[in-house]
Write a protein that binds this ligand. Structure first.
Ligand SMILES: C[S@@+](CC[C@H](N)C(=O)[O-])C[C@H]1O[C@@H](n2cnc3c(N)ncnc32)[C@H](O)[C@@H]1O
Length: 249
């Protein structure tokens, strides 16, 4: 129920922001100097701004900008555009259907909390299981030149984005592998981090227990391992009240 609510809230915020802007446009129509596509883009931009003020993540900005255009020109959008959009979404949300793990990203405050965990653990190797756009890995590699930071990811476009990020940052101690989390050898890492979903938690923890060395740390963002008490919980001072669950192997 909670997860359904979490999925619906952003869409409600989109509806509210688009609705407020549409109402304003209809009300002030006579005095608005622009019309046509320009007005629709301006409408989308204003809704995107309101959405950000309501706490929507930057990912929603392009969606908010395109929505009024898509609604106004739905009849002229060619059918292939929907197929192309579907393919792009599939290449991004590759693991949503099979693994029931969507794409959402660890925020900067949580990167900093992980930075502290790495220092306290005196870790020399780290892996992010399902490394998304590579933010965690590149941040930690940059902050800890002595750390080997690795990410594994199988969503094609997301993986590509993380490789491009790394090319731009040129961090010799960071790497991304196109590999399933289930194929990664966890014995090589002092800290194993994941931000997945409730579904894979029991299986991934079994794998961690079987492969990780004694004394190393398994860290899960937001999702606990059922029936296993974490050794520590880090409460991050961010808007979504992130919790990191730390399990000592
Ligand atoms: C919630 S995102 C977290 C991204 C990143 N770790 C972060 O915190 O910013 C989970 C990621 O795990 C990836 N993923 C899910 N199942 C996977 C699997 N079996 N192998 C590799 N990656 C997987 C998804 O594609 C997604 O990018």
């Amino acid at each position: 129920m909670n997860s359904i609510r979490r999925q619906l809230i952003p869409w409600l915020k989109v509806l509210v922001s688009q609705g407020v802007v549409l109402a304003l446009v209809l009300w002030l129509r006579e005095s608005i100097p622009v019309d046509g596509p320009l007005l629709l883009v301006a409408q989308g931009l204003a809704a995107a701004l309101i959405g950000r003020l309501l706490g929507l993540s930057p990912f929603w900005i392009p969606i908010q900008i395109l929505l009024p255009l898509a609604a106004a020109y739905n009849a002229v959008v060619p059918a292939w555009a929907y197929l192309a959009a579907f393919i792009v979404c599939a290449l991004i949300y590759w693991n949503s259907a099979s693994e029931q793990v969507p794409l959402y990203l660890t925020n900067r405050r949580t990167w900093q909390a992980l930075d502290t965990v790495i220092s306290e653990q005196k870790a020399t190797s780290f892996v992010d299981l399902g490394s998304g756009m590579g933010g965690v890995v590149t941040f930690l590699a940059d902050a800890h030149p002595g750390l080997r930071a690795r990410g594994v990811e199988t969503a094609p476009l997301v993986f590509l984005a993380s490789r491009i990020r790394l090319m731009l940052r040129r961090l010799p101690n960071a790497e991304f592998a196109y590999r399933s989390i289930w194929d990664e050898d966890l014995s090589a890492h002092d800290v194993v981090y994941c931000f997945l979903s409730p579904v894979p938690m029991p299986r991934i923890f079994l794998k961690a227990k079987a492969e990780m060395r004694p004394g190393t740390l398994f860290v899960s963002n937001s999702f606990t391992v059922p029936d296993v008490e974490p050794d520590a919980v880090v409460e991050v001072d961010d808007t979504r009240k992130t919790r990191l669950y730390l399990y000592r192997i």
